[in-house]
Write a protein that binds this ligand. Structure first.
Ligand SMILES: Nc1ncnc2c1ncn2[C@@H]1O[C@H](COP(=O)(O)OP(=O)(O)O)[C@@H](O)[C@H]1O
Ligand SMILES: [Mg+2]
Length: 480
């Protein structure tokens, strides 16, 4: 039974916003007990801020909604043909923000929950407390503009951050978009995103969240390298007042904040060793305690992790727990380096040109062939982020309608590329290592992350000869 056709959408939806200031709000009441409905109507009308109309069945109500959309609806729960839950659902489909109140003579928990799930604002029992109903109605009507604003914002976010924001025509990028779509359809997925720095891991994490049914819930992100271990723990799990000297008040952790939504743990490869067991424990049980707390809390949320590190080798070296690695890698996707999807370079370059046109208030219409060729030829060790930086710099100084080769900054070190491998920031020294052992490990790691011995010697700040001697001393001549 769907009397309200989609054709009514345009009529019903603008009801709230089209309301004339100062006019009493239109409240429709539907109840098979018509005398009750009339009594309620009289009472509400006397309060002054409402105009009311009563209907004996949902069909009549729907008919009237098509002619004249209401500002709020009060519906009885049990009616012969279409009940209050269905009425709520039907109205919600057409106007998601319409205030709907369900009344019933027999309160029971289950139908109350059902009504709220269907989208009712409130569930009230007869006899109705008129003051209460009045207050609730007024509040719901007053909140509507704010809700509309929030809904618009939500929609903008959805468009800005969904899979469509991942640009590129290359098959590998199409796969990324498809991956986002598939994963977003899973209720609370656990996802690991791999890829070099700048390949779009944050972008993809957001896209998964904003393409999912959790889009209206929070997307919370934290970089695991940003804080020392104890602060990161407090940030993630929250703490109870008095847990440590500075804990004057209790604080919710990001896990609690993200409940129902997504928690994005960036640079998971660098999560401190002390926290790995705690995180694993949480991931397995979805339960946790605040630091210094006794109560266990349970949450439901999607966990997305990302790293540019080779986690398997970290597991082999014993710096990343194998069980944690298995737990987070339920669903894994490797994002392609920009140099492996070269045809997409002009697409991204044009996108960033448009972004900075807007940001800098410029009107650069295109990138000329020579500049384009140079961008396509470069290897982009810093991937899309580096390309973005290059276009940003070019756009700052651009004063012609076409971006030319001369406008481009020198590519390489100056473009903010990740020429220096990230190992230097990410090197964790295990306790108990001697200085020589630490040096050996650091050199080995650097060699493993550099493309050449020459590059490794630059990163280490020593001559190639010196590096060769050290490699010999530490038995690392077979590395690289
Ligand atoms: N396929 C893509 N389409 C559009 N923008 C992209 C794409 N890949 C990366 N970017 C942009 O490049 C920059 C770096 O991406 P980011 O997600 O921060 O990379 P990562 O987290 O892997 O280091 C961001 O501005 C991001 O929006
Ligand atoms: Mg990132």
């Amino acid at each position: 039974m769907r009397v309200l056709s989609t054709g009514t959408r345009g009529v019903v939806t603008p009801a709230g916003s089209a309301k004339i200031a100062g006019m009493p709000s239109k409240v429709y009441i539907v109840d098979d007990d018509l005398s009750f409905a009339k009594l309620l109507a009289v009472n509400l009308t006397q309060a002054g801020s409402f105009r009311t109309e009563v209907f004996e069945c949902a069909e009549d109500l729907y008919q009237r909604c098509v002619e004249q959309p209401p500002d709020a609806v009060i519906t009885d729960l049990l009616m012969p043909n279409i009940g209050g839950i269905e009425v709520t659902q039907d109205l919600r489909k057409i106007d998601p923000l319409l205030p709907v109140f369900v009344l019933t003579a027999h309160a029971d928990m289950e139908t109350a929950i059902e009504a709220l799930k269907a989208g009712a604002n409130e569930y009230l029992t007869k006899p109705v407390n008129l003051d209460e109903l009045n207050t609730l109605l007024r509040r719901a009507l007053a909140e509507r503009p704010m809700r509309e604003e929030a809904a618009t914002l939500q929609q903008t976010r959805k468009e800005k951050f969904s899979a469509g924001a991942i640009l590129g025509k290359h098959a590998k990028i199409k796969e990324v978009r498809e991956f986002v779509g598939r994963v977003a359809a899973i209720p609370y997925p656990t996802v690991l995103l791999l890829g070099e720095s700048g390949t779009g891991k944050n972008l993809v994490a957001r896209a998964i969240h904003y393409s999912s049914s959790r889009a209206a819930r929070r997307f919370v992100e934290i970089n695991c390298t940003a804080l020392p271990s104890h602060l990161l723990e407090a940030e993630l799990f929250g703490y109870q007042k008095g847990a440590f000297t500075d804990a004057r008040e209790s604080k919710r952790g990001l896990i609690e904040v993200a409940n129902g939504g997504t928690l994005f743990l960036d640079e998971i490869g660098d999560i401190p060793a002390e926290l790995q067991a705690k995180l694993l424990n949480f991931l397995e049980s979805r339960r946790f305690r605040r630091v210094g707390g006794t109560d266990e809390m349970e949450v439901e949320l999607s966990i997305i992790t990302a790293t540019n590190q080779d986690l398997e080798s970290r597991v082999k070296r014993g710096v990343f727990r194998a069980d944690l690695y298995y737990r987070i890698s339920v669903v894994v996707h490797l994002l392609p380096a920009l140099r492996t999807v070269r045809d997409d370079i002009p697409i991204l370059a044009d996108h960033f040109r448009a972004v900075f046109n807007q940001e800098f208030g410029k009107d650069v219409g295109s990138i000329n062939d020579a500049a384009r060729a140079r961008l396509i030829a470069w290897d982009w060790p810093g991937n899309a982020r580096e390309l973005r930086n290059v276009i940003e710099r070019a756009m700052i100084f651009a004063d012609k309608p076409v971006l030319e080769e001369a406008d481009l900054p020198p590519l390489g070190l100056a473009s903010g590329a990740a020429v220096t491998p990230s190992c230097a920031d990410q090197f964790a020294i295990a306790k108990g290592l001697s200085l020589a052992e630490a040096e050996r490990e650091y050199i080995r790691l650097t060699l493993s992350q550099c493309d050449s011995v020459q590059q490794a010697s630059e990163v280490l700040g020593i001559s190639r000869k010196n590096l060769w001697e050290k490699r010999k001393k530490y038995g690392l001549l077979n590395e690289v």
